[in-house]
Design a protein around this ligand. Structure first.
Ligand SMILES: NC(=O)c1ccc[n+]([C@@H]2O[C@H](COP(=O)([O-])OP(=O)(O)OC[C@H]3O[C@@H](n4cnc5c(N)ncnc54)[C@H](O)[C@@H]3O)[C@@H](O)[C@H]2O)c1
Length: 448
C-alpha cells in the first residue's frame, strides 16, 4: 500500500476507536500501598487538591508533524482516554480494611490529605480475595473466598466482575497485590484447555494471580500486572487474551532502581563505554519489603530486576564491553524507612584503553508515589487498547513496556528495555492508531 493509502487506512481506523463514554470501572487486586496511593491520588486530582505528577496520560504531550509545526497537544486531548471523573474503583484484598484504613496503615500520604479524602476512601471496601499462603508465605489472609476448587474460585471472581459490570460501562483489572513465589511455565500453562483442567484439579502451578487474570480475560476485561509474578506470561492466558479481545501487557512497575538502570545503561552503550560491575542494593520497610524478605518471593523480584541489563547491553554483540559484567541485586527489609525506599547503585565502568571509573547513584525515593501514576496510566491505556480495533485482539500490548520492569513480547522477540526507545514506541503507537505521521527523528527535510 502507498504511504498515502496507509495514512488513509490509519485515519479510518482512528475514526473507529470507540469513544470513552460513560464510567470506567477499575478492579484492583490488592488494596495496599500502591493501590491506595493511586485511588487517593485520583480523588485528590479530581478535587483540585493536587496535580497528577508522574502521569504521562494526564500531563504528557505528544509532538505531531514537523518541529516547525508547533503542534504538541496533551496526550489526553489527542487520544480518547477515560476522564478521571469517570473512573470508578473497586477491588479485592485479603484484609477487610477499607481504602482509607489501608492508606492510613501504608503511611504514604500525610494525615491531612487522607483526612480530606476520608469520606470517599471509606466507601471503597474490598471484596473477599482469592488467596493461598503457599504462594505468599509472609501473609496470613483473613478476608478470603472458599471454594471446592480453583475453578470454583475463578467463577466467584467472574461473578464479582459481572456484578461490577452492571454499575459501569467498561472494566479494567490491575494486580497491585503482593509478589508471589517464583514459578516457571509448566504443562498446565500451555493451552486454555490444559489451564481450565488445572483449575478443576487444583493444579499447584496455578497461583491466585492467574485465577484473577483468567477471570478477567474470560470476561473480556484487560489485565495489567504490577508485580513480577508469572501471571499472564504463559501461552494459555495469551491465547485467552486474544480470543476475548482483552489486552494484556508486561509485568512489574518500573519505578525506582530499574527505572534508573534503563536510563543509564543505554547511555553507556550509546557511548561504547564498558561496564564490569553493577551492584544494586535497597532498604525498604513497607509490607512489600516484608514480603520480599522471603526468599521465594525475592527470587521472583530478582529475576524481573536482573533481565534489563543483559538485554540493553547485548553482550553477544559487544563482548569487549559487557561480557563479564558482575550484576548483583539486594533488597533488605528495614522497617524504619516504611515506603521511603533508599537505593544505592555502584557502577564500575571503563573507558578509552580500558581505564576504570565509578559511578554512584543514591536514590531516596518513595515507592508508591512513583508507582501510583504508572498504575493509573496502565489502566487508562489498556482501556484505550480495548476500544481500538487494531489493538484489542492482538493480546500483548508491547507499547506499554515503558512502564514495566519485565516487558512482555511475542514469542521469539527480545524485550526492549531502553526507556527512551520504549517512550518512542509508546508515542508512535498513539500516532499510529490516530492516523498521524510517525516521527522518525530523521529531520533531513529541515536542510533541503
Ligand atoms: N511500589 C513500587 O515501587 C513497586 C514497584 C514494582 C512493583 N511493585 C509491586 O506492586 C505490588 C504492590 O506493592 P505495594 O507496595 O502496594 O504492596 P502492599 O503489600 O502494600 O500491598 C499489597 C496488597 O495486596 C494484598 N494481597 C496479597 N495477595 C492478595 C490476593 N491474592 N488477593 C488480593 N489481595 C492480595 C495484600 O493484602 C496487600 O494489601 C507488589 O507486588 C510489589 O512488588 C511495587
Amino acid at each position: 500500500m502507498s504511504a498515502e493509502g496507509q495514512r488513509g487506512q490509519q485515519a479510518a481506523d482512528a475514526s473507529k476507536i470507540a469513544p470513552a463514554k460513560g464510567k470506567l470501572g477499575v478492579m484492583v487486586v490488592g488494596l495496599g500501598a500502591v493501590a491506595t496511593t493511586m485511588i487517593a491520588g485520583v480523588e485528590a486530582v479530581r478535587r483540585g487538591l493536587a496535580k497528577p505528577i508522574g502521569s504521562l496520560t494526564q500531563m504528557g504531550t505528544i509532538r505531531l508533524g514537523k518541529r516547525t509545526d508547533n503542534k504538541s497537544p496533551l496526550i489526553k486531548d489527542f487520544v480518547p482516554l477515560a476522564d478521571l471523573n469517570d473512573v470508578v474503583f473497586t477491588g479485592w484484598d485479603i484484609f477487610e480494611d477499607n481504602v482509607y484504613e489501608s492508606a492510613a496503615h501504608a503511611q504514604v500520604l500525610d494525615k491531612e490529605t487522607l483526612a480530606q479524602l476520608k469520606p470517599y476512601l471509606e466507601t471503597i471496601k474490598p471484596l473477599p480475595a482469592v488467596f493461598d499462603q503457599y504462594y505468599v508465605k509472609r501473609l496470613h489472609g483473613t478476608h478470603v473466598k472458599t471454594g471446592k476448587n480453583k475453578k470454583d474460585l475463578a467463577n466467584q471472581l467472574i461473578a464479582d466482575i459481572q456484578a461490577f459490570k452492571k454499575t459501569v460501562d467498561r472494566v479494567v483489572m490491575i494486580w497491585c497485590g503482593s509478589t508471589e513465589i517464583f514459578m516457571e511455565p509448566a504443562a498446565v500453562h500451555q493451552s486454555i484447555e490444559a489451564f481450565e483442567k488445572g483449575l478443576e484439579t487444583d493444579d499447584i502451578g496455578i497461583p491466585p494471580s492467574q485465577i484473577y487474570a483468567y477471570a478477567a480475560l474470560s470476561e473480556g476485561v484487560p489485565f495489567a500486572n504490577g508485580a513480577p509474578n508469572l501471571t499472564v506470561d504463559i501461552p494459555a492466558l495469551i491465547e485467552l487474551s486474544k480470543k476475548n479481545a482483552a489486552p494484556i501487557c508486561g509485568k512489574d512497575f518500573k519505578t525506582g532502581q530499574t527505572f534508573m538502570k534503563t536510563v543509564l545503561a543505554p547511555a553507556f552503550k550509546a557511548r561504547m563505554l564498558g561496564v564490569s560491575g553493577w551492584f544494586s542494593t535497597n532498604i525498604l520497610g513497607n509490607r512489600d519489603g516484608e514480603v520480599l524478605d522471603e526468599p521465594q518471593s525475592f527470587k521472583t523480584k530478582e529475576e524481573s530486576k536482573l533481565g534489563s541489563l543483559d538485554y540493553i547491553f547485548q553482550p553477544e554483540l559487544y563482548p569487549d564491553l559487557y561480557k563479564n559484567i558482575y550484576h548483583k541485586i539486594r533488597i533488605n527489609y528495614y522497617p524504619p524507612r516504611g515506603d521511603e525506599k533508599e537505593a544505592w547503585d555502584n557502577i564500575d565502568i571503563f573507558g578509552w584503553l580500558g581505564y576504570p571509573m565509578q559511578i554512584k547513584v543514591n536514590f531516596l525515593c518513595r515507592d508508591s508515589i512513583l508507582a501510583a501514576p504508572i498504575a493509573l496510566d496502565l489502566v487508562l491505556f489498556l482501556d484505550l487498547a480495548k476500544r481500538t480495533p487494531s489493538l484489542r485482539s492482538i493480546g500483548i500490548q508491547e507499547w506499554l513496556s515503558f512502564y514495566l520492569k519485565s516487558p512482555q513480547t511475542a514469542a521469539g522477540l527480545y524485550p526492549e528495555h531502553d526507556l527512551f526507545i520504549q517512550s518512542m514506541k509508546l508515542k508512535n503507537t498513539l500516532r499510529h492508531i490516530m492516523g498521524a505521521d510517525l516521527i522518525t527523528h530523521l529531520g533531513l527535510e529541515y536542510y533541503d
